[in-house]
Ligand binder design. Sequence first.
Ligand code: ATP
Length: 450
Amino acid sequence: MKEQNNLMDKIVSLCKRRGFIFQSSEIYGGFGSCYDFGPLGVEMKNNIKKAWWEEMTRFHENIVGLDAAILMSPRVWEASGHLTAGFADELVECKKCHHRFRKDLLEKNKCPDCGSQLTEPRKFNLMMKTFVGPLEDEASVTYLRAETCQGIYVNFLNVLNSSRLKIPFGVAQIGKAFRNEITPGNFIYRTREFEQMELQWFCHPQEADKFFEYWKEARARWYLDLGIKKENLRTIEILPEKRAHYAKKQVDIEYKFPFGWQEIEGIHNRGDWDLSNHSKHSSQDLRYLSEEKKEKYFPYIIETSAGADRSFLAFLIDAYCEIKGGRTKTTKAVKEQELVLRLNKKLAPIKLAVLPLVKNKPELVKKAREVYQLLKPYFTCQYDELGSIGRRYRRQDEIGTIFALTIDFESLKQDDLTLRDRDTMAQERIKIVDLIKVIKEKLNVSKNNS
Ligand code: ATP
C-alpha cells in the first residue's frame, strides 16, 4: 500500500516538475480537485484525443462528429433524468469530524478518517447549477452538462437529416463535463471538471446486443494498441443495482491504478431511454423511419464513454518505468536510478529532441538549430543544449521523447547525425537529407498526417 501511494506521489511530482499537470490556481493555494494541463500535458492530452477521434471517425464509414454547447436548455436535464434521484449519489457525513463521503465508495460503515459513526445517507445531486443572464432567479437557472452525450441526443434529427445517414450509425464527441462530486480525489482520476470522449451508436433494438459486444471488444483493444499492458486492463459487467439509471446493460473498462482497479470507460446499452424521453418532453418525434422495412422505431443506443483525464493518468502510470542503477553501461558513473516514460509513439508529447553534442562550439549549435528548424513543422520537437549529453538524454527519457538527434563533429563533415532510440538506446547515423522520411517511417505517422 505504501509503495503504491509512493508511486502516485512520484507521478504527481513528475507531472509538476516537467510540466504535465499543475494544481489549478496554485498561487492562491490551489482550487479543490481542479487541474491545469501544462506544456507537455496539453500535447499528450491532445494526442490521446486525436488517437480516439481518428479511431472513431476515420476508420469507420458511418461515424460522424459533433461539438455541442456545454450549456443547454434545463429541460434537457429534466428529460434525461439527471435532475431527479437517478443522478444523485448517497452522501454520508461523519458525526465527529464532519468529513463527507460517497456511501457506495466506503468499505465499512464508519468514517475512514477517524473511525466515528456516520449519519444516515441522503441523496446529493451531482449537477452543477449556474445562471444564464443578469438575474439570478429560478427562471435563468441552468446546468453545466454532466455528460456530453445529451448534446448528441438532442441533435439526433439534425445529424440524421443533414448527413443522410442510415441506421446503424454513430456520432462521436469530445468535450468537457462537470459533476459536483462528493469526494473528488486520486489526482486527476476524479475531478469536478473533466473531459469525455463519447461515441453514441444508434442501432435497431434487435442488433443492440451484437453491437454492444463489438464496441466492448473494440474499446478495450484501443487501450492495448496504445500500449497499456494487458495485465493492467480488464472489462467487468456491472450488476443491475449498480448500473447508471439509463443503462439496460453496462460493462466498465477498468485499469489497475496504484489505488486499485477503477473504471476508465463505461460501455452502456442505453436502450431507447434517451430518445423516447426527449420525444416525450420536447413533443418532437425522434423515431427513425426505415424506408426498406417500413418501420418506425426508437433506435437503441450503445454508448462508449471514456474519460480523457482518466485515460491520461492510466497511460502515464503504465509508461512510468524506473531503472535502478541506470541503463548506461558504457560509463563508470553509477546512477541511483533512471526514469524512462515508455509512452506509445502516438501519445508521447515530444517526438524528437535535437541536441548539439556540446554548447560551446558555434558550428555545432548552428547546425543543430538548422536541423531543429527543418523538423519543427513536421514533428513536435525540443531543442536542448544545456548540460552534458548524458544528462540531456535522461531528461528526454523522463518525458518520453521517442528519439534524440545528436549533432557531433562528424555531422559537420558527413552532413548526418545520430538518432538514439528512447527504449533501446540504440544509435544509428542518418543523413540529414533523409531525416524527415526516415523519422516519418519510424513514427509511422504517414497515416495520421495524410
Ligand atoms: P464513477 O463510478 O467513477 O463515478 P461513472 O460510472 O459515473 O464513474 P460515467 O458516467 O460512466 O462514469 O462516465 C464515463 C466516463 O467519464 C468514466 O469512465 C470516466 O472516465 C469519466 N468520468 C466520469 N466522472 C468523472 C470524474 N468525476 N472525473 C474524471 N473523469 C470522470
